[in-house]
Every structure is written in structure tokens, then in C-alpha cells.
Design a protein around this ligand. Sequence first.
Ligand code: PMP
Length: 387
Amino acid sequence: MSIDPYAWIEPSLTTIHRADWYRFAQTISSLPGAVVQLEGKTVINFASNDYLGLASDRSVIAAAIAATEEFGTGSTGSRLLSGHRQLHRELEKAIASLKQTEDALVFSSGYLANLGAIASIVGKRDLILSDRYNHSSLKNGAILSGAKIIDYPHCNIIELQNHLKQQREKYRRCLIITDTVFSMDGDLCPLPEILDIAEKFHSMVLVDEAHATGVLGKKGAGCVEHFHSTHRPLIQIGTLSKALGSLGGYIAGSSTLIDFLRNRAPTWIYTTGLSPADTAAALEAIKIVQKKPELRTQLWHNIDTLKQLISQELPNLKLLPSESAILCLQLKDTATALTTAIKLKEAGIFAPAIRPPTVPTSRIRISLMATHQISHLEKLVTALKSS
Ligand code: PMP
């Protein structure tokens, strides 16, 4: 009798259902934006990372179309093996200019940028100190590297320092990895303190600016700019898929680091280069971030307005500390979070429930956009009141 080696999948899926972890994607049938068609229903969208509304910007779309017409749909292979387009280097120079670094390198996603960078920078003889709330791509990059990993409590500088005091000397290199804006909370890492400690313990720092790029900093360069830490030694990773409205990831840093990664990072060397459309869209979006600071001003106006509305109108709801476009309302348990999200959707609001094991406590996650109107924010608050 032959044994089916795939027979384990069905019971494993049943376990996911039983634990209430089963998830599915809903279909959007309109352009991205503050208002979208979700499963055939018009809803106000608080579930998108398109913070500046650039994913549907006419000039970003036009740049993607023009690049497709000129260079085709695909990059046809790894950049080292099959050649790249001038556009790729133009985008990398634009990122370096925004970030005020010597150079930058673009990857096919932010996830791949994190995996490739971390696994190239440290190895078996090294130590990684990782904030407990870090994004999955940082955590998996750390595992892939083979380094010893210590998770420190969220944003806890004292614990971080204690680990360094006790462990640093036992390892060759040390890398501290942290999100700058925490994606499921919206708070910021204490970057200046982390950089000071890293200097004291001759350690490297890698920050993930995924939710900060285009949102924080006077010029939209991110949290590093926000904390006036642009010229301090560190490795910056980010994505082209959130405020920049495209797809892809980047690493920005010294030219030696970038040259090293071009020759070492497997998730860059052995994968097809970013498509011409995504590359051109991101390049155009960076130009808009630099030319139109009013988009950022509008986003921050929306963030401040919603915070104020929540504190006035919903005093019993706990808003988690946030200094970004991500606002989270903590709810007492998973069931409450799930029913709240369903009721919000019935009221024409798209704001997802996030629950354990993704986060320690259940919540509704609200992402704000520059293109939200004040009336959208008021409708959200009204719907939350009656949910
Ligand atoms: N880092 C963080 C903090 C993120 O939130 C995400 C996306 N959710 C990523 C990295 C991965 O970026 P990408 O979507 O470009 O793969």
C-alpha cells in the first residue's frame, strides 16, 4: 500500500481553520485609492499602504506605461547575467539622493532586500540583536544568516544594552536590526539611542524604513531623516511598494556596502531584475515625493485629525502609541476584533482586524492616506461608535 506523502496537508489546513487563523484575500476591482470597490461594494479604504496615493497617480501610471512601451514587460533575467536598463541605475541614484547615501541597490521586493542583506552581512560567527516586533522579513533574514539571534523586548534600550554587554565580545560581528516604523503598531524605534549604543559596542545597525519612506522626514526620506541621523553609519532598507506606490525593495548605504551586496546577496544575484514598469513608476514617485511636500503635509493633517477625533469621540477605545500613518485601536480579544472589522465593512469601511499570532493583542489597523477626505475620517469614527 502506498503512503500519500502529501496527506499531511489537509489536517494541517484543518488545524489552521480550528485555530481561527485561516485568512483569504478580498478582491478590489477599482484603481487603488482612498475609496475602492471591494467585493463589489464601495468602501472607504483604511487598509492600504499607499500613503501618498501615488499608486493611482496619473504621472506614475504614465511613467510605467512609457517604460513598458520602451523596454518591454520583463527584465528577462538577473541583472548580472542578462544586463540591466539605464532605468535601474537611475532609480538607484534617485534613492541614494533621497536618502543622502553614497549608493543604493534595488531588489524585487522589500522582503527580498531584507533576506539578502542580512544573510550577506552576518553569518555563523556573528550576533544579531532583533526587536521582538520586527517584520517577518527581518526575522527570516536573521534565521537565513545562521547568526546567533537574540530578540530584545520591543524598543527596550536597557535590555539591548545588557545583551550587548554580556554577549558582544563572544562574536565576530554584531548587527542590530529594527523596523523604524513598526508595521503593526505604528510607533517608532528609538533610533538615536540605538545608534549610540551600536557605536559603543562596535556594532552595525540595519533599519527597515518600509513604512517611513515618503512619510517621515522633512524631505520624505524616512525616520532616519526625521531623527537627523542621515550621516550616521547605518544600513537602510525600504520598499518601493508603500508610499512610492510601485513594487520592489531597496538598500541604501555606502558605495562599498552596495558593491559588496551586488556581489554577495543571493536574493539580488539569482533573481530577475525589477520590471521596467515598476522601476519607472518608483522613479517617478520619488520625484513626486521631492517635488510635492504638500502631499506629506496633507497626510500628517489627516493623521492628526483622526487622532483628535478618536480621543474626542471614542474615549473608551485604546489607541496604541503611534507617530506614523498607522493607527491601531486595541480591542479586548480576537472575536471582538473580527466582529468589529465585519461591522465596519457593513458600514462601508475597509479596516482589517489584526490578531495573534501576528501581534500580541487583537486590534483594528488603520492606515491613513494623503488622499483621505475629512468626511472619510468622520465616517470611520461614526462607524466605530456603532460597531
Ligand atoms: N518591511 C516591513 C516593515 C513591511 O511592512 C513590509 C511589507 N509588509 C516589508 C518589509 C516587505 O516589503 P515588500 O512588500 O516590498 O516585500
